[in-house]
Design a protein around this ligand. Structure first.
Ligand code: GDP
Ligand code: IMO
Ligand code: MG
Length: 442
């Protein structure tokens, strides 16, 4: 029993925030490894809704150290807005409990501008990004033009890097119809951010190494979802980072053997925000009913999420790519009283039935799902506190999913609050110290 990696197995918004918050008492550290404030992780405590973007979802537990890894891209404005919002709710967030990697890259004022112009330039083929500057910040990282959080600590280095960047960007800006940037103004703004950010900046790899050596347990937190991963997702309709399990090693500077188990968060149906293929999408009344009952609006941009049936082909792929040990199934309460429910068990493509997920969008756009339908559940899932109290037809649905994705379900979330959760204790043995979780609650 030690460290656990938690990630989303679909296109994001699976309910990672809720599950990470719930499991945090069993861990000492929650460390996020990729993405930026494109993420929106909703946590409800005592009826109060908190949406986190950059800060790890363990933050509401005061004893937990929260870590932001080098794999993230950080907009200082967004970071401090979130810190201030949390502090106004009484959450203490000093440097003793929040650490930011010096190697995390910064989102600079030009990144959202370049992104918006790029999205417009793609016309109908636009990705539908969150326009937070995430993609261009990762582009600069890979192009070796990036400015890292640690650069804020040396003002000469910072001024020099901003000057070089602005010179290059301004050359590209003219033809894009964008106004020229003022290097000195950007420098002054970021020098100020640097002063505020500096207490949080750490060598995160060394910090985690020391904490794990001292016996601390770490929950590695992924943002987005497997199908939005830059390499393994539905490229190019993906985000620009590694949301898959491997991203934890590169995004935090920890060795692969520190990740002991993987928990995949999986919605009982499928949603997607933005463009790109979505084989099981429902463009009918059922889709609209799921969207409204599930309150499926982006936690970051407020955009409506596209909704569809559970896609076992995609989730089996996600479990394989990440070595998912157990699944936490969320939002089955949304499907209550919807009538028959369907699961895609394969894709029909050019006269064949594909069982393996083809991540190429031009294939995914042309497949038609092979569905298996099941009786739905009319009794309330939400009221159940134990597995045996769940409607029989829903328990059958669970077993079918487990068989199809070849992974056991160990957690069933039946509502937004921490209490709305059924833990199948024997299936969490070795993954989560449930004794410690119970102590925290008492
Ligand atoms: P994340 O990005 O994976 O953390 O998920 P989001 O927070 O973006 O979206 C998930 C939404 O579903 C949030 O509004 C959660 O409060 C909500 N949610 C999580 N689990 C459940 C559940 O079991 N039932 C219902 N009805 N809502 C849930
Ligand atoms: P969480 O962590 C859902 C999607 C965007 C877009 C694509 C690329 O809350 O699950 P980006 O701005 O990252 O370059 O956009 O990725 N996207 C998400 N969709 N949940 C998220 O995060 C997302 N983060 C990015 O909608 O399609
Ligand atoms: Mg979200």
């Amino acid at each position: 029993m030690a460290n656990l990696l938690v990630l989303g197995t679909q296109w994001g918004d699976e309910g990672k925030g809720k599950i990470v918050d719930l499991l945090t008492p069993a861990f000492d550290v929650v460390a996020r490894y990729q993405g930026g404030h494109n993420a929106g992780h909703t946590v409800y405590v005592g009826g109060r809704k908190v949406v986190l973007h950059l800060i790890p979802s363990g933050v509401l537990h005061p004893a937990t150290l929260c870590v932001i890894g080098n794999g993230l891209v950080i907009a200082p404005q967004a970071f401090f807005r979130e810190v201030e919002d949390l502090e106004s709710l009484g959450v203490r967030l000093d440097a003793a409990r929040l650490a930011v990697s010096r190697h995390a890259h910064l989102i600079m004022p030009w990144h959202p501008l370049v992104e918006r112009a790029g999205e417009e330039g793609r016309g109908e083929k636009k990705i539908g990004t969150t326009c937070r500057g995430i993609g261009p910040a990762y582009e600069d990282k890979a192009a070796r033009w990036g400015i890292r959080a640690g650069d804020l600590l040396d003002l000469d280095v910072l001024r020099d890097k901003i000057r070089d960047n602005v010179e290059v960007k301004n050359r590209a800006f003219g033809p894009l119809g964008l106004p020229a940037l003022d290097a000195e103004a950007v420098y002054r703004e970021y020098a100020d951010w640097g002063q505020r950010l500096s207490p949080y900046l750490r060598d995160v790899s060394a910090l985690l190494y020391e904490r794990m050596k001292a016996g601390d347990r770490v929950l590695f937190e992924g943002a987005q979802g497997v199908l939005l991963d830059l390499d393994h997702g539905t490229y190019p309709f993906v985000t620009s980072s590694s949301s898959t399990a491997g991203g934890a090693c590169t995004g935090l500077g920890v060795g692969p053997k520190t990740v002991h188990s993987v928990l995949g968060i999986t919605k009982a149906y499928t949603t997607r925000v933005g463009g790109g293929p979505f084989p099981t999408e429902l463009l009918d009344d059922t889709g609209r009913t799921i969207a409204s009952r599930g309150d499926e609006f982006g936690a970051t941009t407020g955009r409506p999420r596209r909704c569809g049936w559970f896609d076992a082909v995609a989730v089996r792929y996600a479990c394989r790519v990440n070595g998912v040990d157990r699944i936490a199934l969320t939002k089955p309460d949304v499907l209550e009283k919807i009538g028959e429910v369907s699961i895609a068990i394969g894709y029909r493509y050019k006269g064949e039935v594909l069982r393996d997920f083809p991540s190429e969008p031009w294939v995914l756009e042309r497949v038609s799902p092979v569905y298996k339908s099941f009786p739905g559940w009319n009794d309330s899932v939400r009221k159940a506190r134990r597995y045996e109290q769940l409607p029989r037809t829903f328990r059958d649905y669970i077993r079918v999913i487990e068989d199809l994705v070849e992974t056991p379900i160990a957690v069933i979330s039946t509502g937004v609050e921490r209490e709305d959760t059924i833990l199948l204790e024997e299936r969490l043995e070795g993954l989560v110290d449930l004794g410690r979780m119970r102590e925290d609650r008492s």
